[in-house]
Write a protein that binds this ligand. Structure first.
Ligand SMILES: [Cu+2]
Length: 204
């Protein structure tokens, strides 16, 4: 008897654990109340595995600007810095989370840079002072950036208590956070207003 029931119980448990997940919609606005694209949003929680499988991410250099200007990656992610301009660039950071320098180069640098500590990393180019980019390195696999309407949807978030964090360049003291409970399959919506002005259209 038990041998017949057990597979069903295992199947049902697998189904339920997969089904219990919610979509989290986060709307981010700037200091003026306008939708804020490219804002970094992530969830941290006790039940969240520290890091997902590291992905390869690219930050390009086009028309004397980094593209994208804002990136969010999980700890351990390798970032490639190709130079698509016909002039040489360098890439450097003094940020404690990842100080590094790639000296002046054209085309592809020899190796990607692995971002192995949590924190905000500010990037610059030694030659072009106007070039700036930011990499938010987060200790969670649940993250993203808002779209052109200032919205990010995080799909399939498991029931748990989370800290919802949002960040944008200009927030020197770090991300704005709030607690958020996901209890089941019910969608959750949150609105976040950040004390910043948009970067403008220098990058993308
Ligand atoms: Cu440059």
């Amino acid at each position: 008897m038990a041998s017949r029931i057990l597979p069903l119980v295992v199947l049902a448990a697998a189904f339920i654990s997969r089904a219990l997940a919610a979509d989290i919609t986060v709307k981010v606005s700037d200091a003026a109340g306008h939708p804020l694209p490219e804002a970094v949003v992530y969830l941290r929680g006790a039940g969240v595995a520290a890091v997902g499988a590291p992905a390869q991410v690219t930050i390009d250099q086009k028309n004397k600007q980094f593209a994208p200007q804002i990136s969010v990656v999980s700890v351990g992610t390798a970032v490639a810095f190709p130079n698509s301009d016909q002039i040489r660039h360098s890439v450097y950071s003094f940020s404690p989370a990842k100080p590094f320098t790639i000296k002046l180069y054209a085309g592809k640098p020899p190796a990607p840079v692995v971002f192995d500590h949590e924190g905000i990393v500010v990037l610059g180019c030694n030659i072009h002072d106007a070039m700036a980019a930011w990499v938010a390195v987060v200790d969670t696999p649940i993250f993203g950036k808002t779209d052109s309407g200032g919205v990010l949807v995080l799909h399939g978030v498991r029931p748990a208590s989370y800290e919802l964090a949002a960040w944008y360049p200009g927030m020197e003291s770090g991300p704005q956070t709030q607690t958020m409970a996901v209890t089941g399959v019910d969608a959750v919506s949150r609105e976040v207003r950040l004390p910043v002005s948009p970067l403008g259209n220098a990058g993308q």
